[in-house]
Design a protein around this ligand. Sequence first.
Ligand code: ADP
Ligand code: ZN
Length: 748
Amino acid sequence: MPDRLSESSDERSDQQVVIKVAVAVPLRRLFDYLVPASLPVPQSGCRVNVQFGSRTMTGLVIDVCDSSLLDKEKLKAVKEVLDSEPLLDNQHLQFLSWVADYYLHPAGEVFLSALPKLLRKGKPLRAAEHPYWKITSSGIEELKQGPGRAVVQHHLLQILSEAQQAVGPESLKIASRSWKTAISALYRKGLVERVKEPADYEQHSLPAFKATKDQQHAIESILAGLNSFKCFLLFGITGSGKTEVYLRCIAEVLTNRQQALVLVPEISLTPQLVSRFRQRFNEVIDVLHSGMSDSQRMQAWNRARQGESSILIGTRSAILVPLARPGIIIIDEEHDSSFKQQDGFRYHARDVAIKRASMEAIPVVMGSATPSLESWHNTQQNRFNLLTLEQRATAGGLPDIHLIDVEKQPLENGISIPLREGVRKCFKQGEQSLLFINRRGFAPAVCCTSCNKLIQCSRCDARMTWHRKEGRLVCHHCGRTGRWPDHCPACDGEELVTIGQGTENIHQTIQQMVPKASIERIDRDTTRRKGELEERLQRAHSGEAEVLVGTQMLSKGHDFPNLSLVGILDSDQLLFSSDFRSNERLFQLITQVAGRAGRADKRGVVLVQTRFPDSPWLQAIAKHDYRGFANMALEERKQANYPPFTHIALLRAEAVKQHEALKFLDVMHQQAKSLIASNAQMQSVSLSEPVASVMEKRAGRYRAQLLVQAATRKPLHVFLHQWRSVLETARQSRHVRWSLDVDPVDLY
Ligand code: ADP
Ligand code: ZN
């Protein structure tokens, strides 16, 4: 690409340059603008400010050309060129353009989502000066004197002395809200200093232990694939040493002066993973997480782009961050549904990562104890290389999973006798137990004793949940709240009672059972305040909390060294969900929760309460038989024509008026049928009838959907592209909100 910036403006006075600009608006096209002679011609990948409708917007230049299909006279001029150097290189632009195309999402929104917020808003790219802190030798001396009156200062010194490298603001914030004042005081006293990069002391340390044979095989296979595109599925139970495999492969990648990108489901739930990376490598490691300020995000993004950082750890959206010299992509817990964005730009970070790795010619390593059926199927088809870690790396075997038949073992407040006894026994022995229930609040329903009707949300086809501590009813789908009614809204009956249990209720029951125990409830309600989740997990981890009660949040990443009993209270909910992935989720969930138990020297026990102990799914789970489970589940998918045996897309629609969404889908269904009939390439595409969603009304809108399936990808995409144009121009869509979801993870 010629360096157009150096062209003098005289030379171009008569030949005006046209640029194609991506703007974050919900349209699939790029927009042409003229570059006036007074401005330098921006290269593709630079930002510009342009007039868009009545607004000024920041856009990204995708292409620079001499002509436009539109009348040049009518084109508007660029207002401002914001960058003299491209922020994204051509290869990255191509990658993003593929993503936009694949998910049929407006290009501008996709391109701009690869930039951090400040840059999207047109702010200048500024590199940070010296954002990291490190303890000095006088600081270490001071620490030995004990806390004294300056508690926060002392705490900060402690954090700094325990860290293997200099520490950024994210970690210091944890100490106190007034950390900034405290660190300035320490700085003035010469007890800490500022440095540019986090890592500048201590060499990275290989652990003393040797890799197991399985690990060695996995590491060698992955390293043999460096500098070429290859997909690896690293299948190993929790504690089998997958992270150790990532670390050793990354060490090699760093030696080659390349970068590693590590995707994780949720960073706040896996702080241990990040600290293991930090302990191991004497390199710049950036972590993108929700607790960061916009400016910190921009810095981390820029360090990755410039190649100043060696490792970038982040959630889903990190897959869009540019890297100067990518060497490997790692996806931990590849089956996790958080990798799929469920609204707006609906992409799947794992699938996008595979495409990116192929474009960059680097390997991608996906790790899981319970791989997604898609990935497992890919290993069966030899598209992915399967690497297996058969045993736990350390002592302590897998927990024993027992199914408790609750038809025979009556429940009292949701907890069966064996589980009650188990919790009591654990407490006596000074061991920790965990009760898992995937429902927050006190009770999932409130019922009238005279007419037996449940209190419903007025905006959703859903029941209201009783939150006793807050003293209100809450709808978990739209957030609507209400007071406990004096009378039944249906029959005016006076007696209303709660039905079923949520975390709050279980907490109370356990407290009555073992009054002396310290119980930690971990769910979205108890972790709303910033830093609260970390505090609670810390108490759970240290063993200070003797019984844990929680939702999904407790199932991930964390190992609790003293945990020996896990109770799963409501597995049947998933067993009978209408979602085609529900049995896969059940397997993942129980295995993950079970994986928290008995990691060190103790063998853990897991008690699963169910009304269906003979279910083959639960039987496979109890035997830790992933392979058996996967065979069964894949067979079921095959019979039902679901992925990975077909490719699917879902058109969702919602409208304020009932039937409107369905009517819209009926029309689109007709249009789709004639499209398919008219094009030989699309013959294999099949359409289901439009149907109302399982929960038809949600947040005051009525919802419906239409499923599209095809045995191969190509015809599906040819069809979707044409259909999308029909959708965009449909007259009927005025009162309807619709969205297309390519490879949806759930069909609601
Ligand atoms: P996973 O990621 O599969 O859960 P980890 O890599 O976290 O497993 O390993 C579990 C524990 O075993 C960690 O404490 C780790 O340091 C240790 N470990 C891993 N590999 C080995 C090994 N080869 N020998 C001894 N300990 C190991
Ligand atoms: Zn609601």
